[in-house]
Design a binder for this molecule. Sequence first.
Ligand code: GAL
Length: 782
Amino acid sequence: MYLKTDFKFKKFELDTIDENVFAADFDDSDWRTVRIPHDWAVEGDFSAENDPTESQIIEDGMKKAQIITGWTGGLPMVGAGVYRKWVKIEKTDKVFLEFDGVMWNSRIYINGKQAGQNHFGYKSFSVDITDFVNFGEENLIAVYAEVRENSGRWYSGAGIYRNIRLVSKPEAHIAYNGVWVRQSYLDDNMALMDISVELVNTSGFTAKITAPDGQEFELTTKGNAVLLELENPILWDVDSPKLYTAEITLENGYSESVKFGIRKCEFTRQGFFLNGRYLKMNGVCMHHDLGAIGAAVNVSAIKRQIEIMKGMGVNAWRTSHNPPTPELLQLCDEMGILVMDEFFDEWRLEKVKNGYAKTFDEHAKQDVIDIIKRDRNHPCVIMWSTGNEIREQWWEEGWITARDLYDTVKATDPTRPVTAGLSAYPDCYTKHIAFYTDIVGLNYKPHTYTTNYNKYTDQVLLGSETESCISSRGIYHFPAEIRIGQYRSDDLAVSDYGLEAPPWACYAEREIAAQKDNPFVMGEFIWTGFDYLGEPTPYYTEWPSRSSYFGVVDLAGLPKNRYYLYRSVWTDIPTLHIFPHWNWENKIGENVPVHVYTNFDEVELFVNGVSQGKRTFAEKKTEFADRQDEWRNQIERFRLMWDNVVYEPGEITAVAYKDGKEAMRKTVKTAGAPHSIRLSAYSQSIAADGEALNFITAEVVDKDGNICPNADNRITFTATGAEVYATDAGDQRETETFLRPDKKAMSGMLVAVVRSTETVGEATVTATADGLQSGTISFKCE
Ligand code: GAL
């Protein structure tokens, strides 16, 4: 049973809590009532005062330590929180509370007594509360959580941000995460899956297997494992994510089900092969926050993220830099996404003052085992990453820790390879950490692929983290130049031409070129799919800037231009994307470069009907005049550019040709004055469960329906039949709280996050703004 509603909650200063808040007779009547999953920080206001840190980011050329703001999102995370809930628990042999994740150092109390604890905020855990419960009566569950200052490099969220279940079991039962369906053998004709179950106070079970086509198999054992031999198994694939179910039943009738899948993953010197087919991993790195709803897990928000990513051809996901919520893996299983499941951002050597390093020695081994045990049935999980850019890469003895972690993974799951996101070059080789992985994951090292491949002749390579191009949706700065490192603009935005990156990183085309030129590299994981809260590179020290600029999609889920670059390279969807917008009232007669992402052979650009010439993609050059020349060649292999276009109001049209014939055209017009609000709904219907979300996008348009690209009108949403929960324009500099029904649009757009109630029926959302015709849209809650 999920525990979601009627939790009382209060936030406190760190280290001020009186233990009596956990007692049954404590009066919590003036505490707020919240719903789980809950993130106490996302409700707050943004401020430079929230969790600043003094740090020197050497990679970015900082000469001395400076006060960095917005690093963890600028939200009020730091503090302690207590949740209290009364639950009637009926008589049973055993009762457990299963937590999918509580952000940091949680302690679990039942009727005033501590029953369990967990230190790692990204880990799932179970607490046996049997001995603390008064059966047949109301019991008080109290949960403590805390977020200390400088505990991470991004927004972690705070509190019980993932789900909780109350689980009753008989004396003879299955241990927590105790079922493992292990793929032991697979060839063209058959698969061997061994199903082992960690049994408590019993032996023997029956496994009923249901295949994706409905066929059923039943196996019984008196021991704790059975072998399932499947002829012509139905494979799980990214294009056809077929899942089997195993229902395990004990003699006393207790049963649990798990889903599993069968697939062949080969990590070779020729690249990655899935079920015998060469497949480049078109991956994204993703932090876990969900933008305007913070870290609070929500299936509709995660599903939307995956769908948006799939729309540009993504087939792989790196859970940077910690294990995800189980719902993400379930969705990746169902939607055909390969997952790199990552454990840590720190080992023993700290990156931040109160990070994981503090607990590494005591807990890391068990944490790794627990994470793997939770996630190992998922066919989507194809590799384990022991860490991201861990400091031990530079350390002579770092290999010992790498080896120990490697051995722990292999002892827990010998069926999947180990990787790590390695950034220290050449130290990761010369100090040997790279040799304690099965797949060498290189972060930001496209220029080294060929050398490493030729030098280390028994290794396979992956671009575990790539590009880190920065941009703000729909904002442009001139001139449109390639700028790597030290990019700054007074408006604290970054141009959406997609040409800027910090010094360790690059524009997207550079990695795309490297992947194409080195087919043996198994793919790339771009940093990042979506913008996330925190790490506002390059504006570390400037405020307000509190969320990342790295996303291909902004924090609200709206694509930046780069989205169409990946779509043009990673998919066959006919793509013709032209930018920038065409409202440059202050630049009449001046130069405004026009760029196009496309997967057609040739494009001709017209300004008010006058041809600006045709462009085709550049061939790869091998000799370069200078670095700019090299960069430019990489970019021109994947984007078409008209550098010298004289701006005049009207329209620009891109006409795409395939085999010499016109195949598609796109026009961008100069928009007139803002006139009305146009709404679109992400979903036509959502569940009436008080949790499902819909995402309503408001566009400010002129009288002819052209989007007004500079509009920043304040738009207010109201709803009937559903609740306006949050608003977000994806602006990295916005300091108004997410949880209000109104906000200023950015580049003509604003998204409302609308939540269902438990009432079935039609929901209607209206958006209004001063001087504009309002917009209305309806969807179903069912
Ligand atoms: C990487 C790091 C990521 C993120 C990124 C920004 O080095 O692994 O967590 O900080 O840089 O470019």
